[in-house]
Write a protein that binds this ligand. Sequence first.
Ligand code: SF4
Ligand code: SF4
Length: 302
Amino acid sequence: MPSQQEHAQTEAADDTATERAALTEQIKGFALKAGGDVVGIAPVERWESFVPEGYRPYDILPNAKSVIVVGVRGPNAGAWRSPNHRIMEVNGYDFANDRAIHMIADHIETKLGYYALQGPALPTAGYQPRMSMMLAAVLAGCGTRSFAANIILNPKYGLLYYSACITTLELDYDDMLEQGVCPAPMCVQTYKQIGKTPCMAACPSDDGGCLDGSIDEDGNMEHVYYDRERCVSRSMNFGISSFQKALDQIAEEEDNDKRKMMINSDFFSRSCGAVSFYKESVAQCFECMRVCPIGRGERKLK
Ligand code: SF4
Ligand code: SF4
């Protein structure tokens, strides 16, 4: 028989667990209402096996306990359908995941009284981001890495855009996905027939592209090859790098007329638009995702 003190301790623990479960449900419901398509929550300790000291959630927010990850679809189904692929680049991304995370952080601080901040997905110095949103999505059980540029695929939606909120609030945690989302069964079949999955065939590393890999006998990922540098130069047509490249060429150009022409060119104008955050075609290439079957059902409409 448990003593009276043990009984009281068990009851208190039950109350805490019930309260935590209710808070978790509240936060997840809020995240979906704020525009999220999926939401997952991970304990901060999960980062310890993957990132060095200084880059863990509690290094960013002291005493952090949880990381809430929100994924949204980005481009509308209609944008995927447009025969002009640039349409998706110019109006595909609306930062809805960032908006949702800011709303969650505000809610946690103003209504629940715990610290919260957006996980910094950009570098505070140098080129290394303080936090990987891809890793956060995996650790929060939202998806797994794929053959296509390591993009994290969610089992229901496929490609999602992720943001994260780090908080001192303790919540219930989601398990990481046990089964890899990629390769899909039809991709395993394609691989058996032609030695490539659809994404590898769309961007083959042996023919100017970026992707390669192999699938083992059980239909799981065996080896993944992704040429990130080549992908950047193929997909980031108008971004910081194109601006730097064009600026260098313009500065070197001695012919006045030619220099003026380069400054007013479509290429340099678009590059300027990209770095000034004007809503412009910046740096997206969806070709490996266009052929991916994961999430395609969600984009099938009338
Ligand atoms: S984003 Fe484009 S360039 Fe990069 S791997 Fe996918 S298809 Fe290739
Ligand atoms: S097409 Fe999609 S599911 Fe198939 S192998 Fe490529 S990334 Fe994986």
